[in-house]
Design a protein around this ligand. Structure first.
Ligand code: C5P
Length: 237
């Protein structure tokens, strides 16, 4: 039955594991669509905050989530661009505060339910590369290729630090480290869709590995799994 649906590569993992960069580059190389599911949680966090008190009500959050109109684009350099109703909101979503509030909202079952259909709508031809925490376990359990990226907390905190600095944002390494530990704890221990590898996921530990090498590993797995379908529109396939 699922043969009729476009193929999905699910890339899950904790914050700072490199999944966002890897997903974006793999999607660009293959010419497939991209879903940064974490950005949906971050956007919902921002939009609901602007609503004040009423933004905390689970039923309202679910309705708000269902109505989100988000697109992901990539610059020629492979950098991700996040559009909310056509407006570029990429920079506003990168702050640590937005990630923290997103992970607080992510424990609410109504929020996850509201975002489910939004996420599944990204599954369009020729294929989808989806990154997050529960892509392979809950949102796309039938994904043909599931990757789970890990890395030590120290390395992940350093990566986040360098990313923020590169973007000219304020960053404090000890604070980032504490925030990652707290976020990991919340993401792994929540009762709905906790962060964990799918039983059929390929687990890649990226500690000490350059992002380019991880991208090559995932592309290699994609070619083996999907053959011509993952030949890549930008490579003439
Ligand atoms: O991936 P990113 O750091 O942008 O995600 C922000 C937060 O959104 C995560 O810490 C997590 O709590 C939540 N999230 C989630 N499920 C996803 C993606 C993100 O719960 N599929």
């Amino acid at each position: 039955m699922n043969n009729a649906l476009p193929p999905v590569i699910a890339i899950d993992g904790p914050s700072g594991s490199g999944k966002g960069t890897v997903a974006s580059r793999v999607a660009l190389t293959l010419g497939w669509n991209l879903l940064d599911s974490g950005a949906l949680y971050r956007i919902l966090a921002q939009v609901s905050r602007q609503r004040g008190k009423s933004g905390d009500d689970p039923a309202q959050l679910e309705a708000l989530a269902r109505g989100l109109r988000v697109d992901f684009k990539q610059t020629a350099a492979g950098d991700e661009q996040i559009l909310l109703e056509g407006r570029d909101v990429t920079a506003a979503l990168r702050s640590e505060d937005s990630g923290k509030r997103a992970s607080e909202l992510a424990v609410i079952p109504e929020v996850r339910r509201g975002l489910m259909a939004v996420q599944r709508n990204f599954r369009r031809a020729p294929g989808l590369v989806a990154d997050g925490r529960d892509m392979g376990t809950v949102v796309f359990p039938d994904a043909g290729l599931k990757i789970f990226l890990t890395a030590s907390v120290e390395e992940r905190a350093k990566r986040r630090y360098n990313q923020l600095k590169q973007k000219g944002l304020n960053a404090n390494l000890p604070a980032l480290f504490q925030d990652l530990v707290a976020r990991d704890e919340r993401d792994r221990n929540r009762s709905v869709s906790p962060l964990k590898p799918a039983s059929d996921a390929v687990v890649l530990n990226t500690t000490g590995t350059a992002v380019e090498a991880v991208v090559d590993q995932v592309l290699d797995l994609a070619h083996r799994r999907y053959g011509k379908a993952a030949a890549g529109s930008r490579q003439g396939g």
